[in-house]
Structure formats: structure tokens, C-alpha cells
Design a protein around this ligand. Structure first.
Ligand code: ZN
Ligand code: ZN
Length: 351
């Protein structure tokens, strides 16, 4: 007999407010038509979760007390009516959202901007219920050689792959990556696998070392130098970079990014700034230098598939981005440690 039938409750991390997370017993979600219950095997910490933990909520989707965490993989536990393409025991990864496929944006292949995007949160728990739209489009079966830890990277990697595709980077291009947290390090790895020359900028020694180890051709410590000058110096005699990817999300780094790109080059402002942030534009730079400015928000089902494929084929050394593993009961301690910038990249939380 399946264990679940005899159990009503599960262990989960519940966020109560600023830096207040408690491990509690809460009801195991019940699946309805089209839904799937997944037993979580790994949930990865992420910058968004850290932000949510620090401020105690997420303006758009997490009102405490609430479960949180959104990068997960696991095993199918229970399948709702109509979701029979999945069966208990299957190893799966779920993206953190599913588009509606019917709105203006979905019809124009911009599922990342879907007006009815359905998000899930609650990866820091024993089980999570995957809603129908995600089951239908963004719940994927894992190839045998992909571990649960690696699979849980699919969601952030999908955002990175979409940004690279949109930015139209070519082999041999010089690309600056500003910010080398987990996302920036993924950019470094994927860009190197494409044959780009990568200049990585960061403000922590441990990250700079990692960026070098992952193939960055040149690293710049942003606490020690005038970063715009430094990048200009190493790009064709002050020409500037072909492409600049900003993966921090601050006013200062968005402005720096604009100063580093060459004439006719492209910026991808990947890092989202706090709402209400306004940034002045140098019109001369934009007009006479023909700078193209792009941005990236979220992912689409196609990029989720491409991300899993990239991990499967070893294009991303997924293991190198997960620097530790901790039990769910230690989540609060882990998040505190990450807030104190201890040198970890991502930690796998195991229920
Ligand atoms: Zn994330
Ligand atoms: Zn839609």
C-alpha cells in the first residue's frame, strides 16, 4: 500500500515574514483532474528565494504565511484523472510556471509574457502539487543520466538560454557578463561552449575564481577597478564588447553595461531592477552608436526542453553550480548563510 494513503500531512518550510521560516507539518495537497503530485527529491536555493526570505514576501506571488521555493525535481507520487501520460515512480522536473496558450502573447510565441501565467511555489517541502497547465507543458521526464540535483537547474537555465538566443550571439563574439552569481556563471559556461570570448565582472573573490574555472577568458573585480575602463581596455583598443549581459539588476550596473558595449553592439538587461527604478539614457550613445537594447523575462516551454537537453548532453556542468546539500530542516540556516555571502552558489535542499 502506498505510504501516502496513510498520511495526511507532510513536512514543509513555511515563510512567516522577514527572515522567519519555520519547519511545520501541513496537509499534503490532493490532486484534481489533470494534476500531478510530485515527491520532491531536490529543491535548489535561488536569488529570488533569498530576496523573498529577506523581505518576507513576494509582491506578485508570496503572501505569508506561505510555502516557497521553485526550482525542483522529484518522483511522481500520484496522478489525477486525465494526466495519465505520467505514472507513479517516474523521475521528473517541473518548471515553476505554465502559460495559458490562449492569450495574445501565447499566440505570438511569447509564452514568457503570458497574461495568465500560472506559477507554483512550495519546493521546500516533501510534496508539491503540479497544476494542469504545468503538467501539460512543463513537466518533463528525466533521462537516466540526469540526477535530481542537476535537473532542478532546468528553470534558471531556460531563462539563460532564451536570453542568449534573443541576443543573437555568434562564435568569436566578445561578451561581457556583469554579475557572476548562479545565473552569471551559467551564462559564462554556455557562452564558452558556443565559442564566445567571455569577460566576467563580479565583486566577490570566490565568484571570480569560479568564473575563471568555468572558462571566463578575463575576470574583473568590480570592487577594485573602474569596470567600464577595464572592459574598454581589453576590447579591441577601447572598442567595447560586441555584447554585454547584465545579470545583477541594479541601476549602477545597468548604466555600466551601456558604457561597455561597442558601436552597433547589443545589450541584454537580464537582471530585473527593483520596481520604480528609472535610468537615464545617453541619447547620443543609443542613436549615433546604434546600440540595441534587449531584455529577458522568464522562459517558454521550448526553452525548458532545451535546458534539460543541454544538461543531458553535458553542455552545462550542472554539478559545479551546486556547492552543497542540506536537509530541509536546515533551510533557515542555509538562507542566512547565503545572505552572508559565504561563497556558496546553490545549495540542494533535500526533504
Ligand atoms: Zn530561481
Ligand atoms: Zn497566455
Amino acid at each position: 500500500m502506498r505510504e501516502l494513503i496513510t498520511r495526511e500531512r507532510m513536512t514543509a518550510a513555511v515563510l512567516y515574514g522577514k527572515r522567519d521560516v519555520r519547519i511545520e507539518q501541513i496537509p499534503i495537497p490532493r490532486v484534481g483532474p489533470g494534476e500531478v503530485l510530485v515527491r520532491i527529491k531536490a529543491a535548489l536555493t535561488c536569488g529570488t528565494d533569498l530576496k523573498v526570505y529577506r523581505q518576507g514576501f513576494h509582491a506578485r506571488m508570496i503572501v505569508p504565511p506561505a510555502v516557497f521555493g521553485h526550482e525542483l525535481s522529484g518522483v511522481v507520487e500520484e496522478v489525477g484523472e486525465g494526466a495519465e501520460s505520467f505514472a507513479p515512480g517516474m523521475r521528473v522536473v517541473a518548471a515553476n510556471s505554465g502559460p495559458c496558450n490562449q492569450c495574445f502573447y501565447c499566440e505570438r510565441h511569447l509564452a514568457n509574457l503570458c497574461e495568465n501565467l500560472q506559477f507554483i511555489n512550495g519546493a521546500y517541502a516533501e510534496f508539491i502539487k503540479i497544476p494542469e497547465s504545468i503538467v501539460r507543458q512543463n513537466l518533463l521526464i528525466l533521462p537516466d543520466n540526469v540526477s535530481f540535483h542537476e535537473a532542478a537547474l532546468v528553470e534558471p537555465l531556460a531563462c539563460v538560454l532564451r536570453a542568449i538566443e534573443k541576443t543573437e550571439i555568434e562564435e568569436g563574439d566578445t561578451v561581457v557578463v556583469i554579475g557572476i552569481g548562479p545565473i552569471g556563471l551559467m551564462f559564462v559556461q554556455v557562452l564558452k561552449s558556443m565559442g564566445a570570448r567571455v569577460i566576467a565582472l563580479g565583486n566577490r573573490g570566490s565568484q571570480l575564481t569560479m568564473a575563471s574555472a568555468m572558462g571566463a577568458d578575463y575576470v574583473v573585480d568590480s570592487t577594485k577597478s573602474n569596470v567600464v575602463e577595464e572592459v574598454r581596455k581589453v576590447t579591441g583598443g577601447r572598442r567595447g564588447a560586441d555584447v554585454v549581459i547584465e545579470a545583477v539588476g541594479s541601476k549602477e550596473t545597468w548604466q555600466q553595461a551601456m558604457g561597455m558595449v561597442r558601436r552597433g553592439g547589443t545589450l541584454n538587461l537580464f537582471g530585473g531592477c527593483p520596481s520604480g527604478t528609472h535610468i537615464p539614457l545617453d541619447s547620443t550613445l543609443i542613436h549615433y552608436s546604434e546600440i540595441t537594447i534587449k531584455a529577458n523575462f522568464h522562459h517558454t516551454p521550448r526553452h525548458i526542453r532545451e535546458a534539460l537537453d543541454a544538461i543531458h548532453r553535458g553542455k552545462l556542468k550542472a554539478r559545479s553550480l551546486i556547492t552543497g546539500e542540506e536537509h530541509l530542516a536546515s533551510l533557515g540556516t542555509v538562507l542566512e548563510r547565503l545572505l552572508n555571502r559565504n561563497g556558496d552558489i546553490k545549495i540542494a535542499i533535500i526533504p
